[in-house]
Design a binder for this molecule. Structure first.
Ligand code: AGP
Length: 344
């Protein structure tokens, strides 16, 4: 079995470990945050960790009311801009904790007055040593080049930080997430069957909206790095501003459609691309009345929308891993990639 598949399957245990180990630490941060007056949150990361940051951008802004921005590292590392970051909380996210650009931003932000937090899987990493407060994903060593268990662990940590920052996200609900991820893993046989149809897929689009928008980025990245599929990702709103023109008969469109605020919009889009004869693969939940589609995978759990991103990426991870194997590609050896990539 590939490292990628092992790490996907290990997620319920890894998430529970992270939740239990960081629970009291998060309560400490909550006490500290109550005394601060954070006026903005900046998230800084690359690759899959940046996709986790994108979830953080939606989750933290939506549930805490504090404006959140994704940091452009070049503003700090290439342009050396002088920013006033007093009253800013800057959160760096990195599996390895060794992204040199991310760490440079964290150091600079601290000098510019920000309180810095790191979310990393590596307790002995550079990131862990330079931030004001470090939270550990505790997913165990990542051996797969394609990040899976560390992505969901980073998301889990962001939910826990949301709870610390006074949002309506409750720690006890976050504690349910490992169980929902276990439900998502139950549908491996269905995904294995569906994947056959996509054996020769060379291109596709992945569409989502709101809290699952980050998952559209993450599934696309997994399809690009493990299956060499040209996978573009869009919000359902942006998709109508041009990209829909690409859709023709049998063009694969993957849609994240959890029940909740984004569902009606996603449904309209699914119907529209279906009329254009696209091949649609919908990721949703059991019991949801879906519009016409080619294929669907349904998570056997009823989850409130705010908590869907972690369980909903799991079918996507499985799809990418199984598709790579079917295409004869070793998902643990993506071309031209290593676990740690250094950029500025
Ligand atoms: C993940 O699937 C990728 N291989 C890659 O994008 C990775 O997430 C990125 O290089 C960031 O690494 P880091 O989290 O260790 O900083």
């Amino acid at each position: 079995m590939s490292f990628m598949m092992r790490e996907i399957l290990d997620q319920p245990r890894a998430l529970l470990r992270c939740y239990q180990a960081e629970h009291n630490h998060v309560i400490e941060l909550k006490k500290f945050a109550e005394k601060q007056d954070f006026r903005m949150i900046l998230l800084v990361a690359r690759g899959t960790s940046d996709n986790a940051a994108l979830l953080g951008r939606y989750l933290l802004e939506l549930t805490t009311g504090i404006p959140v921005s994704l940091c452009a590292p070049s503003i700090h590392t290439l342009y050396h801009a002088k920013l006033d970051l007093r009253k800013a909380l800057v959160i760096g996210i990195s599996q390895s904790g060794e992204g040199n650009d991310i760490n440079t931003v964290l150091k600079t932000a601290r000098r510019q007055g920000a309180f810095t937090v790191g979310i990393t899987n590596e307790a002995k990493s550079t990131m862990a040593g330079i931030v004001d407060d470090a939270f550990f994903v505790r997913a165990g060593t990542q051996r797969s080049v394609a990040a899976t268990k560390t992505y969901t662990g980073q998301l889990l940590m962001l939910y826990m930080l949301a709870a610390a920052l006074g949002s309506h996200v409750k720690l006890e609900h976050v504690g349910e997430i490992p169980k929902w991820v276990a439900s998502s893993l139950e549908i491996i046989p269905e995904i294995r069957q569906i994947v056959e149809r996509y054996r020769f897929m060379r291109q596709c689009v992945v569409v989502a909206r709101g809290l699952n928008y980050a998952n559209a980025f993450e599934l696309s990245l997994k399809l690009m790095e493990t299956c060499y599929v040209v996978a573009e990702r869009f919000s359902a709103a942006d998709f109508l501003h041009g990209p829909i023109a690409m859709i023709e008969s049998d063009f694969p469109v993957i849609l994240f459609m959890p029940p909740g605020k984004t569902y009606a919009d996603m449904k309209k889009l699914a119907e529209r691309v279906r009329k254009l004869r696209a091949d649609t693969l919908i990721i949703s939940a059991e019991g949801v009345r879906l519009p016409g589609h080619t294929n669907s995978v349904r998570i056997p759990a009823s989850i409130s929308e705010v908590y869907t991103p972690i369980p909903y990426i799991v079918p996507g991870q499985l799809f990418a891993c199984l598709l790579a194997e079917l295409k004869g590609i070793d998902p643990d050896k993506p071309r031209s990639l290593k676990i740690v990539t250094r950029t500025l």
